[in-house]
Design a binder for this molecule. Structure first.
Ligand SMILES: NC(=O)c1ccc[n+]([C@@H]2O[C@H](COP(=O)([O-])OP(=O)(O)OC[C@H]3O[C@@H](n4cnc5c(N)ncnc54)[C@H](OP(=O)(O)O)[C@@H]3O)[C@@H](O)[C@H]2O)c1
Length: 323
């Protein structure tokens, strides 16, 4: 099989390797595609504490494909089944997953791009955010995760916020938020404190979701959260320690929620719920996938995700596609 190995920051190499054999309770997946996650940018750029070369296929974890073979003891799955899964080495033609971490796809999704992992994250972040009827919600950052969160907030059966306001860096991201029906899209150059104060009678927002993983939006998140409001840290702050204005957080008594999950069971429940919602048409991934690349061009998939050119929102690597 062909597999991509991140040899050092900013350099994948494609190698021909033996396909792994699934062990007890595992399945071999034929990878149809793997999304490039915001959190993959740390290993790509080089962050402290990582060892290079990384394992072949790492850090690819937004996988979808079909079951190729079953290891001993696996029941309830068959070769050929379309699935998404939790795996960590999916920049490759094949990857192995625990059968317990595999979510089958219904026939209606079998030839679609189903990035189960980020969908699971969005579902779980939305649960942790706990938006209630009538809340004023501010979303800092309008990347792929926020696009999913906005679609989840928009579902008719979800509690209706009284106002959803996004704060975006690029104009394109603001336009995407507007297409997804936000009440107001602001930029970091606007007087966002004044604006959020004006629409909340000076109270500030009930729920603020920080979805960038950067210091300044984290600072702003605290500043825009009302007394006893909720600051949801969905961004992954992987490039070093952060400082926070604890005096402000204390004074306002805000609840700060780290909306990150590590329990595979919770991840899987989020993925199952996300797949059900996708199959029901409650939200849609495909318009958000702006760039696809064959495995041979994985370096370009990553450099494009880093540069975020005009029109970019999300890269997906497709091992079967031709260069
Ligand atoms: N909690 C979870 O379970 C979970 C799951 C997935 C991802 N994440 C994390 O959530 C964050 C967003 O993920 P994503 O998939 O949406 O990534 P993404 O598509 O790459 O979006 C990143 C967002 O951050 C904004 N941004 C980047 N640098 C910024 C800066 N210096 N100042 C202000 N805004 C900045 C980008 O603005 P532009 O669009 O204008 O460039 C974009 O809106 C990342 O930190 C990611 O690791 C967390």
């Amino acid at each position: 099989m062909r597999s991509a190995t991140l040899l050092e920051p900013r350099r994948f190499q494609i190698d021909a390797l033996e396909a792994p054999a699934p062990g007890e309770g595992e399945v071999l997946l034929k990878v149809r595609g793997c999304g490039v996650c915001g959190s993959d940018m740390g290993p790509w750029k080089g962050i402290q504490g990582l060892e290079y070369p990384m394992k072949p296929g790492a850090p690819g974890h937004e996988v979808f494909g079909t079951v190729e073979a079953l290891g001993p003891g696996v029941q309830g799955l068959r070769p050929g089944d379309p699935v998404t899964a939790l795996t960590y080495r999916a920049y490759s033609e094949y990857d192995v997953a625990r059968a317990a971490d595999v979510v089958p796809l219904p026939p209606s999704l079998s030839d679609r791009v189903v990035l189960g992992e980020p969908v699971a994250c969005a579902v779980n972040v939305s649960h942790r955010a706990g938006v209630k009827e009538g809340d004023v919600v501010v979303l800092l950052g309008t990347g792929f995760l926020s696009a999913l969160l906005l679609q989840l907030l928009n579902r008719p059966e979800a509690p209706s916020p009284s106002r959803v306001i996004t704060i975006s860096r690029r104009r394109l991201s603001a336009e995407m938020a507007e297409r997804l029906g936000v009440d107001e899209s602001l930029s970091y150059d606007d007087d966002v404190h004044h604006r959020i104060g004006a629409v909340t009678g000076g109270q500030m927002a009930d729920v603020v979701i920080e979805a960038t993983g950067k210091q300044r939006p984290l600072d702003l998140g605290g500043e825009l959260t009302r007394v006893r409001g909720r600051l949801i840290v969905a961004g992954y702050h992987q490039d070093g320690p952060r400082t926070v204005n604890m005096q402000l957080w204390n004074w306002r008594g805000i609840d700060v929620i780290n909306a990150h999950e590590r329990d595979p069971g919770i991840y899987k429940r989020g993925m199952e719920e996300g797949v059900r919602l996708l199959a029901a048409g409650a939200f849609d991934l495909e318009p958000l996938i702006t760039h696809t690349f064959p495995l041979a061009e994985i370096n370009r998939a990553f450099s494009t995700s880093e540069e975020r050119p005009e029109g970019f929102l999300k890269s997906v690597v497709l091992p079967e596609a031709r260069a």
